[in-house]
Design a protein around this ligand. Structure first.
Ligand code: TPP
Length: 339
């Protein structure tokens, strides 16, 4: 197991330009603004429930940037606004899922928000049944290996999911067969209200990798460059036929587990205060400023553009119709009539 930490002045990792860094920051800011809007819409009674990516943005965008959406496979979980935007899901598609509007691409507004599959961006079906995506990902990677493809499969999950039997089975199988899969754990130290020390007796999730026979790396998940570098190295290993890697991104869950939760009931006050110093948006903004790539005025402009996009998308999606009642039996039985 190795580790790395945030750095604002080191050389850029291979494959990344200054303008890539700014694009990644723009996606993070858009993600944050959209995420905040969904919480507001929940409080207005319009969005049923949401799990926030706030605090996870840098890890997600650094990871997506290190892979190739045109050939690689992505199995995500419910806390992944930024990854979804990075993969090409539009803000309007995301919001229509939360508001359960007609035409929502992932489940046709039949499921929980952010559930279902998104064929246009090659997202496999995902749900909130914790850790089921890991054995699915291993199956996808096995298929690629059997076909002789150089695609890499990445699967995202939380620290709580790391305690599920599915995770052990998936990692064990992937290790035995040397599959081209990256296990990306976004460790925010809580599974709803259960802190990590009640989930596992080890210091880090990455430490487990050695027992499956592949490397584990633990990174500062507020540092998008650290995520980019760790996932690039893991992808290189996978494409070279050297098998899986477990990457653990140490992130903060800046909001409660979902819109239905109140974390002040179980998180100590100093924990809530200290996590605020690890907001990945502030970390990234400071890194870009210290590299001379961004001024305060330009940061304000990026923020204003994101707010304008989110306002426009909110109006657009709010005005869309809901699916009709008659359409509720569609796609259940062969030959059922279409809307
Ligand atoms: C199999 C299963 N068990 C329990 C739950 C209830 N549940 C939903 S989210 C969650 C916590 C998951 O925590 P973690 O994997 O750390 O991800 P995080 O939400 O913190 O990103 C639990 C226990 C579930 N959805 N599925």
């Amino acid at each position: 197991m190795t580790s790395s930490s945030a750095s604002g002045d080191a050389a850029l990792p291979d494959g990344l330009s200054d303008s890539d860094l700014l694009d990644m920051y723009r996606t993070m800011v858009l993600s944050r603004n959209l995420d905040e809007r969904v919480w507001l819409l929940n409080r207005q009674g319009k969005a049923a429930i949401a799990a926030s990516a706030q605090g996870h943005e840098a890890a997600q965008i650094g990871t997506i940037k290190a892979l190739d959406p045109s050939r690689d496979h992505f199995l995500i979980y419910y806390r992944q606004f930024t990854a979804m935007l990075g993969l090409g899901t539009t803000p309007s598609e995301l919001l229509s899922g939360f508001l359960a509007k007609k035409g929502e691409p992932m489940s046709g507004a039949r499921q929980f928000p952010l559930h279902g599959a998104h064929p246009r961006v090659d997202l496999f079906s995902f749900s909130n049944v914790v850790a089921t995506q890991l054995p699915h990902a291993v199956g996808v990677a096995l298929a690629d290996k059997m076909r002789g493809s150089d695609a890499v499969t990445i699967v995202f999950f939380g620290d709580g999911a790391a305690s599920q039997g599915d995770t052990h089975e998936a990692m064990n199988f992937a290790g035995i067969h040397g599959l081209p899969v990256i296990f990306m754990c976004e460790n925010n130290r809580y599974a709803i209200s259960v802190p990590i020390h009640k989930q596992m007796p080890l210091e880090s999730v990455a430490a487990r990798a050695s027992s499956y026979g592949f490397p584990g790396v633990s990174i500062d998940g507020t540092d998008m460059l650290a995520a980019y570098e760790a996932v690039s190295a893991a992808a290189q290993r996978a494409r070279a036929g050297d098998g899986p890697t477990l990457v653990e991104a140490n992130v903060e869950r800046l909001l409660p587990h979902t819109t239905d939760d109140d974390h002040t009931r179980y998180r100590p006050g100093d924990d809530i205060e200290s996590m605020k110093t690890r907001d990945p948006l502030a970390v990234t903004r400071n890194m870009l400023i210290s590299r001379g790539l961004l001024s305060d005025a330009e940061a304000g402009q990026i923020e204003a553009e994101a707010k304008a996009t989110v306002n426009a998308v909110t109006d657009e999606v709010d005005a869309l119709p809901y699916p009709t009642t008659e359409s509720m039996y569609e796609h259940l039985f062969a030959g059922s009539r279409s809307q």
